[in-house]
Design a protein around this ligand. Structure first.
Ligand code: APR
Ligand code: ZN
Length: 259
């Protein structure tokens, strides 16, 4: 277990701490991450999280999202999310940027989270402006996941817009789509003014989100990485902690708030 006093001291003294999270922030809540998930889905996210998949293999596309939407509403924020919310409350997190679409930071009490990859809490029609809570996309019968695994799954009418009958899609950024303009601009502004940048639970494998630590480093920020596996930025980090994010954040929060 790494000593976190030195890190907590530097975090406390920093002027603008920017926190950047990925799927590894939510695995302790029970949501699998993308690249170390044990083959949960039949194909890699990159193949399913696309508009092309919506049109060419709607059954796979909708199951991939319906399963994640169902999971989303079953899980709760973990102690890592609550630690970050407490630190923000006390003024020790200037900005929070997340690649996650699960809304767990917000449910833990973090405010103004910058959602770079959109959100799975709502779904929208691909044609008209109709939008709804993502739970409306869930089949209204039980056992649909088992049916999928048996190969008898075919998505139902719940995936069509009640206004114009076009297809519904989750409000997440699909591969090949641009990031939401406002969120991306806010994230770049935050990175360029950070003097302490914290990466939590991300492989930093996906661009342009992985430009964020780069922008902070070029601004002279100290980089802290809390991640179970190596990332391409480890050599530029002042500290790398290979432990579970929830436990580390809890410890760092206690160090900071009790120093
Ligand atoms: N504590 C610390 N690190 C963890 C934990 C944990 N409890 N659980 C998982 N990790 C690490 C994994 O080792 C992995 O390196 O978190 C990282 C998660 O990386 P990815 O699965 O690649 O997730 P992420 O970086 O968020 O992916 C970015 O890719 O598929 C797209 O849009 C999707 O937003 C996602 C983007
Ligand atoms: Zn519509």
């Amino acid at each position: 277990m790494q000593n976190t006093y030195e890190i907590a001291d530097a975090w406390r003294k920093a002027k603008k701490v920017v926190v950047f999270t990925g799927a590894g922030m939510s695995t302790e809540s029970g949501l699998p991450d993308f690249r170390s998930a044990q083959g949960l889905w039949k194909q890699r996210p990159e193949a399913l999280a696309t508009l092309e998949a919506l049109y060419s293999q709607p059954g796979e596309f909708y199951f991939f999202y319906q399963w994640r939407i169902a999971k989303l509403w079953e899980v709760a924020p973990n102690n890592g999310h609550t630690a970050l919310a407490a630190l923000q409350q006390e003024g020790y997190v200037h900005k929070l940027i997340t690649q996650n679409v699960d809304g767990l930071h917000q449910r833990a009490g973090s405010v103004d989270a910058i959602e770079l990859h959109g959100t799975l809490r709502t779904v929208s029609c691909i044609e008209c402006s109709y939008t709804a809570d993502s739970r409306t996309l869930l089949p209204d019968y039980t056992g649909w996941e088992a049916a999928y695994r048996k190969g008898t799954y075919n998505y139902g009418m719940e995936c069509h817009c009640p206004e114009c009958n076009s297809s519904m899609r989750p409000d997440v950024v699909l591969f090949g789509e641009a990031l939401p303009q406002k969120a991306w601009q806010k994230a770049q502004n935050a990175c360029s003014e950070a003097d302490f940048f914290v990466v939590i639970g991300s492989s930093l494998a996906v661009s342009p989100a992985n430009y964020c630590p780069q922008m902070a480093l070029s601004n002279g920020a100290n980089l802290l990485i809390i991640n179970n596996e190596p990332t391409p930025f480890d050599n530029y980090a002042k500290w790398v902690i290979r432990e579970k994010a929830g436990e580390v954040l809890d410890r760092v929060k206690d160090n900071i708030l009790n120093l």
